[in-house]
Write a protein of this length. Structure first.
Length: 316
């Protein structure tokens, strides 16, 4: 069950609720919670609201969240399984509807959907509106047939607007909205504890660093290139830590350490104390090493990985 809204989430909701527009928030700040709040408001028979650009798992998630919160008029899904004669009755019953784009285009063109009864349209993943011609066409038909209904769009992919020419203007033009609501992570209403961990993760953006170093890549030395490659490895490990089970992640670390030592491509981070702790903790997740023995293992691993020990073992 979703917790109570934070102060900045309330501000997001009220600003977009008061006037149609495109809401762009930083990734990880819970744009789905804002959309869920709008769905909660319009989940009643007195209004007909269409929700575009959602996947089947997302539809199930939103529906389950509303059910847990006690909403009685839950969203419904209109697919090709619903006969054309029955769809008009579904539309007139109101509430929030998940409707596939192909069906909406047909129903708008054939006047099977009562456009004058539509309260508005919610657009998820609004940054993809240019790529998806059907959604843009649906919004155009809706605005032609209904001049008063609202259009509210949501996205947390701010980087999608950085490529292309006048990307923001094109998206807003296809959405038929005039207001843009930007909520960066450094906004004064957003507390620091909501982004401190993410901020640390973003410090090792491998792709961003490669983007700036590409023009000078041929001028860099082997050590610098190895350091940049290590940033990529650390970023992948950070992702796999939350995606893989403990056994798979430990095997990945072991294979990484083995290959790095064999080919001598490691720039030195494998021999740091923090790296040793990572291997020991990964092993303890699998074998459940007691805390007392874990400290001894850290000391032993650190002693084992000292440069002097490594060089002597290589000479042997």
């Amino acid at each position: 069950m979703a917790g109570p809204r934070l102060e900045f989430e309330t501000e997001m909701f009220l600003s977009l609720f008061g006037c149609d527009g495109l809401l762009v928030v930083a990734e990880g700040m819970g744009v789905d919670r804002i959309l869920l709040q709008f769905m909660r408001v319009y989940s009643e028979q007195g209004s007909l609201v269409l929700l575009l650009n959602t996947t089947t798992p997302e539809q199930e998630y939103f529906t389950e969240q509303l059910r847990v919160e006690g909403v009685t008029h839950l969203p419904r899904t209109v697919t090709s399984d619903v006969q054309s004669a029955e769809r008009y009755n579904v539309y007139t019953e109101g509430g929030v509807l998940f409707v596939t784009s192909r069906i909406l285009v047909v129903d708008f063109l054939t006047d099977r959907i009562p456009a004058h009864l539509i309260s508005g349209i919610l657009v998820y993943r609004a940054h993809k509106i240019i790529e998806s011609c059907q959604e843009a066409f649906i919004l155009r038909l809706f605005r032609q047939k209904n001049k008063t209904g609202f259009i509210k769009a949501f996205t947390d992919k701010a980087t999608a607007f950085s490529s292309g020419f006048c990307q923001v203007e094109r998206v807003m033009r296809n959405l038929f909205v005039k207001k843009l609501y930007l909520w960066p992570r450094y906004d004064e209403l957003i507390p620091w504890w909501t982004f401190s961990l993410t901020h640390c993760i973003l410090l090792i953006k491998y792709l961003t660093i490669r983007h700036y170093l590409d023009p000078l890549w041929h001028q860099l030395g082997a050590k610098t290139k190895a350091l940049v490659q290590d940033l990529k490895v650390l970023r992948v490990l950070l992702l796999y830590l939350t995606q893989y089970d403990c056994v798979t992640f430990f095997n990945l670390l072991e294979s990484l350490r083995s290959s790095q030592k064999n080919f001598g491509s490691n720039s030195g981070w494998l021999f740091l104390d923090s790296s040793t702790s990572m291997f020991v903790n990964a092993r303890s997740r699998v074998y459940r090493v007691p805390e007392s023995k874990k400290k001894l293992k850290v000391a032993a691993e650190a002693e084992k990985q000292k440069p002097g020990c490594i060089s002597s073992s290589m000479e042997a």
